[in-house]
Design a protein around this ligand. Structure first.
Ligand code: GLU
Length: 420
């Protein structure tokens, strides 16, 4: 068999393989498997944006709704040069299972625009966002499909989407997106939610696996919204964060990095590169360092069959979506390395998005303590359910999470029946 190169990995094929493993174990009928495999709705948009120098450039974007049987479609929008329809399909499918595993009443969706936002001015970014929002306005809405931030998107971009949608309606529709700034109906705790959820799940997994959090060595790949918050919370919990990485490379200090200092440094310099007291290393090398806990918090396809046998962590917690390929997953499992899957590990983000949407619809806002308490309760309860399933089925965490999630979506699909 030819060895697949990461750049030729098809994330949707990976997502379908994960689903198929669960469908097989659940003995779902071939009809039901066919329904759940297929993305329900896929929109491709090609649109022009006027650049600062007066030129008009064409961009391509997508919005995919995988399944909406349990509620409105939910999922982020990413801006990245590597966005493809298969990536967006995979991410939409993962959102379906993610919402189901934490039992919030949403289906799964994802959007993306093929663009490197670092190459755009603020004005270009705003015009691209407003035009993309207009192009997908027919399929999004507070009752139908609610976008949120993802890779390279942020509260400001959500504000532009909310404003564009609202301008077309003629009144404000805060519930059309989540992850908005607080001043226009965003939720306390949303910025931190994904990282906080990763931390809670890691803490619960450590308890279950007998890993002492205090002093545990941790490597975090990615220092965006998810990786940076996760690293800070792990640091505050007494872990030794020995390596961090961003798109420019990684830094290493076996005695532990001061994550708060790293956060300040990144704010000033835009990168971790050059952080005093840490040695620069290759980004890939960071994944292979001996450590207790490895947290990939960047993008898909980072742990593959090429490096899986060199991973030395006891526990891998998938803060990113789809960081481990199917082959790598099997290698890690065979080597006795526990993997907490993305659909559980990073579900804190969409959980607080759900709280934000509920608050917007009720025009009634909760305090940060209450948000964090509710998030904590959803994440611990969901972890416990997955742990119990894993023990019962004698399988890995990923299959256990999929068994719970897929069964919920299958049940909703079956009870609703086939129309007409
Ligand atoms: N983009 C995040 C995710 O992948 C959050 C999605 C949301 O809040 O809707 O889970």
């Amino acid at each position: 068999m030819a060895i697949k190169q990461p750049e030729t990995l098809n994330p949707f094929a990976e997502a379908v393989a994960q689903f198929d493993a669960a469908a097989e174990r659940l003995k779902l009928s071939p009809e039901l498997r066919a329904i759940l495999r297929a993305p329900k709705r896929e929109l491709t948009v090609n649109f022009p944006v006027r650049m600062d120098d007066g030129r008009v450039e064409m961009f391509t974007g997508y919005r995919v709704q995988h399944n909406i049987n349990r509620g409105p479609a939910k999922g982020g929008i990413r801006y990245d040069a590597n966005v493809s329809i298969d990536e967006v399909r995979a991410l939409a499918m993962w959102m379906t299972w993610k919402c189901a595993v934490v039992n919030i009443p949403f289906g799964g969706a994802k959007g993306g625009v093929i663009v490197d936002p670092r190459q755009l001015s603020r004005g270009e970014l705003e015009r691209l966002t407003r035009r993309y929002a207009t192009e997908i306005a027919g399929v999004i809405g507070p009752e139908s499909d609610i976008p949120a931030p993802d890779v390279n998107t942020n509260p400001q971009i959500m504000a532009w989407i909310m404003d564009t949608y609202s301008m077309h309606k003629g009144y404000s529709v805060p519930a059309v997106v989540t992850g908005k700034p607080l001043s226009i109906g965003g939720s306390e705790g949303r910025m931190e939610a994904t990282g906080r959820g990763v931390y809670v799940v890691t803490r619960e997994a450590c308890k279950a696996l007998g890993i002492e959090m205090k002093g545990a060595s941790v490597v975090v790949q990615g220092f965006g919204n998810v990786g940076s918050v996760t690293a800070r919370l792990m640091h505050e919990a007494g872990c030794r964060v020995i390596a961090l990485s961003d798109v420019y490379g990684a830094i290493h200090n076996p005695d532990g990095i001061d994550v708060k200092l790293a956060l300040r440094f990144v704010q000033e310099h835009g990168t971790l590169k050059g952080l005093p007291g840490a040695t620069p290393i290759d980004g890939k090398e960071a994944l292979e360092l001996p450590c207790d806990i490895l947290i990939p918090a960047a993008t898909e396809g980072q742990i593959t069959e090429q490096n899986a046998h060199r991973i030395k962590a006891k526990l891998v917690v998938e803060a990113a979506n789809g960081p481990t390929t199917t082959e790598a997953d099997a290698i890690l499992h065979a080597r006795g390395i526990a993997v907490i899957p993305d659909i559980l590990a990073n579900a804190g983000g969409v959980t607080v998005s759900y709280f934000e949407w509920v608050q917007d619809l009720q025009h009634f806002f909760w305090a940060e303590d209450e948000i964090n308490l509710r998030l904590e309760s959803v994440m611990t309860r969901s972890f416990a359910a997955v742990q119990a399933k894993r023990d019962l089925e004698n399988c890995d965490y990923r299959l256990a999470a999929y068994l719970l999630a897929v069964a919920r979506v299958a049940e909703a699909t079956q009870v609703r029946g086939i129309y007409p």
